[in-house]
Design a protein around this ligand. Structure first.
Ligand code: BDP
Length: 325
């Protein structure tokens, strides 16, 4: 008898024995867009470690960083189809797949991260999580997406007039595209990984992001003129596919949820430190920050966008609840 004919049945028996001992191992794949050391990556790794410990090694989560498994819209589909099990998504591309969370990307909705988390860690957060779950994504933790601002390669931006006519890279997400059009600029939707080249080659004049991503991507080396608008303060989410979730037993669900909640707290803590570090690094390397003096002209430009959300009773209620509290 050769190895080939014995190995399969032997493996089957070994796995069955392990399962009987509670030792069967399930390998899970987690998608992530950021590099090592970035708050999202570190929080995901800590999540993976905690799940491993809490389930006595029955779940082994591998975090695939740097978008090695594909860009964000693709990963959203991969999670839905079960090709990957977990992911950390920006609410931008995620809301194109789940319209029930779209309101989260509206410009000038949240005043700061504390305001955002007050809602996300409360009733509205539960509602958005329910909408996500119905679409195939179970939220394990809300992460910080920071405040996004514009930055450009060629000229200082001192006003909206300076942005008009520019080609601005945006996330592959409808609300961002609409927002840039309302500023009389041209939106260019590109995957995150392609932005540096696009800025370098002049395919786009500007991009917009939070400080940690502005720094970690190296965008600051080519686009030194930052117009600090914080026009979008929105969350990101650590999610697991409902396909996997539905297979988990009660205790394992609790282990995943607990690890997710802890990782969110860790992420938010790491985030604040990283914002300060990014500001320091980029300033020292020559980035020029011009703080918008008054956001009201920009808010007024967004009128048609708000109009859409005010026309729908559900998003109207969400929008009004958020701004009132
Ligand atoms: C970063 C988000 C990431 C987005 C990226 C982008 O963390 O999820 O993909 O911005 O602009 O801040 O594409």
């Amino acid at each position: 008898m050769t190895m080939r004919t014995t190995i399969k049945p032997l493996l089957g028996v070994l796995l069955a024995v392990c399962a009987g001992m509670g030792l069967a191992q399930t390998k899970l794949r987690a998608w992530n867009i950021h590099p090592d050391g970035y708050p999202v990556t570190e929080a995901m790794k800590s999540f993976a470690e905690q799940v491993g410990k809490a389930t006595q090694g029955r779940y082994q989560i591998e975090v695939f960083s740097n978008a090695t498994l594909g860009d964000q819209p693709k990963a959203v589909q991969m999670l839905k189809s079960g090709e990957i099990d977990l992911a950390e998504f920006s609410s931008g591309p995620l809301s194109d797949a789940v319209p029930g969370i779209k309101v989260l990307n509206l410009p000038f909705l949240f005043t700061d991260s504390a305001h955002m988390f007050r809602h996300l860690d409360g009733k509205l957060g539960d509602r958005f999580a329910a909408n996500l779950k119905a679409a195939g994504f179970v939220v394990l933790g809300w992460y910080d997406g920071g405040g996004r601002s514009f930055y450009c390669t060629n000229k200082p931006i001192n006003s909206l007039r300076d942005l008009a006519g520019s080609k601005i890279r945006v996330q592959q997400s409808e609300v961002y595209i609409e927002m840039v059009k309302l500023l009389d600029a041209t939106p260019v939707a590109l995957p995150f990984k392609e932005v540096l080249d696009a800025l370098q080659q002049g395919k786009v004049d500007c991009a917009e992001n939070n400080l940690p991503s502005y720094e970690s991507t190296g965008h600051y080396k080519v686009a030194r003129n930052v117009y600090v608008t914080n026009h979008v303060i929105s969350p990101e989410a650590l999610v697991v596919s409902t396909k996997l979730w539905d297979k988990l037993g009660k205790e394992d669900k609790a282990a995943f949820s607990e690890a997710g909640a802890k990782s969110a707290l860790l992420m938010r803590e790491l985030w604040n430190k990283r914002v300060a570090l990014a500001l320091d690094v980029t300033t020292k390397q020559g980035s020029q920050f011009v703080k918008v003096r008054d956001v009201s002209p920009m808010v007024r430009r967004m009128g048609p966008l708000y109009g859409k959300y005010m026309a729908d009773p559900t998003t109207r209620e969400e929008l009004l609840t958020i701004i009132a509290n």
